[in-house]
Design a protein around this ligand. Structure first.
Ligand SMILES: NC(=O)c1ccc[n+]([C@@H]2O[C@H](COP(=O)([O-])OP(=O)(O)OC[C@H]3O[C@@H](n4cnc5c(N)ncnc54)[C@H](O)[C@@H]3O)[C@@H](O)[C@H]2O)c1
Ligand SMILES: CC(C)[C@H](C(=O)O)[C@@H](O)C(=O)O
Ligand SMILES: [Mg+2]
Length: 359
């Protein structure tokens, strides 16, 4: 029996406008093929929302988000703000606010390496082969959401880093449950040799670990983790970490998968699931039609599996991506020198290849 779902699409800024169309089309193709009914609405966030309404997260977007069964998001950001730190209203505020308002405290970032991309990475194939990591990045706490202060005369500024015990507990439980369903290994990453928040983090994770004696738990400092990730990515299964550390480590981990354009994510918690590539609006390539749409398509697959429980359909999407890569097609970011020119595709052509396999 087919299911009915309301999906809100928020393309956002820059390449968000270009790639999100393909995540949406993938969902549409899956619905048609498998007898589901997905209805789509669209809303503004980020720079486009500031331009249209003065607000990076208009109330209308938040209302639509609350009324939907899942959200497909692209990216926000604009060079204008990155180049002018004095601007008070900023696109990123929209993304942070929607995460907080929807209670999306757990950001799952799978590092999935497609076999075909082994040679595309700058990391040696023998180091990469078999790497498969699931990051649990805490998403609604940490220094991102602590009090911000600055002196009028510009002589100092501060951001408060803080965590509540319950914030660590709830994401730790989710991460341990996931580890149980995978290879039963969990690495919690912190900076407990320096930070009070990390000492709280470590104590809470140790306490939750006692409830999961079947999961092999280790604690690692963030600086070491950043190094181990590229030295020996296969040593990791589930990685649990705080908001800022998770942000940085997962961009680094994109090099295990080959490119930022390959990494999808699911933000979940109290309410509607929110699905987005981990990349940003990519000013350097925005408007050129060359962005990799696969992270958006893989984010749609996470939506099917996590929010809608459609495991087979999610797998069909991942297989279509895999098959497209096996056919030899690449966007520029994942094309090594050996790929013939006519197999290097733009955003729409690449998205179209995946959709064709779903029909
Ligand atoms: N979730 C988000 O919306 C999000 C995430 C990160 C950055 N940002 C914002 O995006 C803007 C640009 O930030 P940045 O340059 O540091 O990070 P970015 O992720 O936008 O880009 C980093 C690099 O990766 C490349 N890249 C990213 N996605 C790609 C894709 N799909 N295909 C091919 N190449 C891709 C870019 O071309 C760039 O060289 C900033 O304003 C930042 O605040 C938003
Ligand atoms: C744009 C920014 C607020 C965001 C973050 O730091 O969470 C981004 O880098 C991400 O990874 O989604
Ligand atoms: Mg980031």
């Amino acid at each position: 029996m087919g299911i009915n779902k309301k999906i809100l699409v928020i393309p956002g800024d820059g390449i968000g406008q270009e790639v999100t169309e393909w995540g949406k089309q993938a969902l549409q193709a899956i619905a048609e093929k498998h007898g589901h009914t997905f209805s789509f609405d669209e809303a503004l966030m980020g720079h486009v929302a500031i331009e249209a309404t003065g607000d990076p997260l208009p109330q209308e977007t938040l209302d639509k988000a609350r009324a939907s069964d899942a959200i497909l998001f692209g990216a926000i950001g604009h060079a204008k703000y990155d180049n002018d730190p004095s601007l008070k209203v900023r696109p990123e505020q929209g993304l942070l606010k929607i995460r907080k308002e929807l209670g999306l405290y757990a950001n799952l970032r799978p590092i999935r390496l497609f076999d075909e991309l082994l040679g595309a990475s700058s990391i040696r194939p023998e180091i990469l082969s078999g790497a498969d990591i699931l990051f649990f990045r805490e998403l609604t706490g940490d220094v991102y959401f602590g009090e911000k202060k600055k002196a009028e005369d510009g002589s100092w500024a501060s951001d408060l880093m803080s965590y509540q015990r319950y914030e660590v507990e709830r994401i730790a439980r989710k991460a341990f449950e996931a580890a149980r369903a995978r290879r039963r290994k969990l690495c919690s990453v912190d900076k407990a040799n320096v930070l009070e928040t990390s000492r709280l983090w470590r104590a809470v994770v140790q306490q939750i670990a006692a409830e999961y004696p079947d999961v092999e738990t280790e604690h690692m400092f963030i600086d070491n983790a950043a190094m181990q990730l590229v030295k020996d990515p296969k040593r990791f299964d589930v990685v649990l970490t705080a908001n800022l550390f998770g942000d940085i480590l997962t961009d680094e981990a994109s090099q295990i998968a080959g490119s930022m354009g390959m990494l999808a994510s699911a933000s979940v918690g109290d309410t509607t699931g929110f699905y987005e590539p981990i990349h940003g609006s990519a000013h350097d390539i925005a408007g050129k039609g060359i962005a990799n749409p696969l992270a958006s398509i893989l984010s749609a697959a996470l939506m099917l599996e996590i929010s809608f429980g459609l495991k087979d359909e999610a797998e069909a999407l991942v297989k279509a991506v895999d098959h497209t890569l096996k056919q030899g097609y690449r966007t520029l970011d994942i094309a090594d020198k050996k790929i013939p020119n006519d197999f290097v595709l733009g955003t729409s052509a690449m998205g179209g290849k995946v959709i064709a396999l779903l029909q």
